[in-house]
Design a binder for this molecule. Structure first.
Ligand code: FES
Length: 164
């Protein structure tokens, strides 16, 4: 079902905030709306949004790709998003991510079998001088974790498992 059919009132309210000639500005709240239910924006929703605001599917996909708070794939209950941009890489982010994945037993982009943890590599999260660093996204919101080690991260994962 299209976004407009599913949430006609909300889509209308979002579009009403922008002049018709600038309706492409509505892309962000529409993405948020599309993502709200399942935690990611499906291909179908991307096409809907592109059509609603008059841009291409590729442009919508590139916006999702740019922001670490939008997702184009289903994930576990918690996303661990490790920054691997250059400044963090210079402080060992790549090595950290590789070792973390080995410890958990999944690859970047994968989710643990229990559906709890997804590991992702993302671009700058504005904690460059405190790498290795990552943010977690989950039911309790977004949290920053800076100056991390694999051991500390494994402890965090254990705590998340217990709480889940
Ligand atoms: S480059 Fe990693 S937080 Fe800025």
């Amino acid at each position: 079902m299209s976004l407009e059919k599913k949430y006609p009132k909300e889509v209308k309210q979002i579009l009403a905030k922008y002049p018709p000639e600038q309706k492409r500005s509505a892309v962000m709240p529409l993405l948020y709306l599309a993502q709200r239910e399942e935690g990611y924006v499906s291909k179908h929703s991307m096409q809907d949004i592109a059509q609603i605001v008059g841009i291409t599917d590729t442009e919508v996909a590139s916006i999702i790709g740019f922001y670490s708070l939008y997702h184009d794939e289903k994930a576990g209950k918690f996303r661990i998003q490790v920054c691997t941009d250059l400044p963090c890489a210079l402080r060992g982010a790549d090595e950290f991510l590789k070792n973390l994945c080995e410890n958990i037993g999944i690859q970047v982009g994968e989710t643990t079998e229990d559906g709890l943890i997804t590991i992702e590599a993302v671009t700058c999260l504005a904690g460059c001088d405190k790498a290795p660093m990552f943010q977690t996204q989950g039911p309790d919101g977004i949290k920053y974790h800076e100056n991390m080690t694999v051991d500390k991260t494994m402890e965090l994962i254990e705590a998340l498992k217990k709480a889940a």
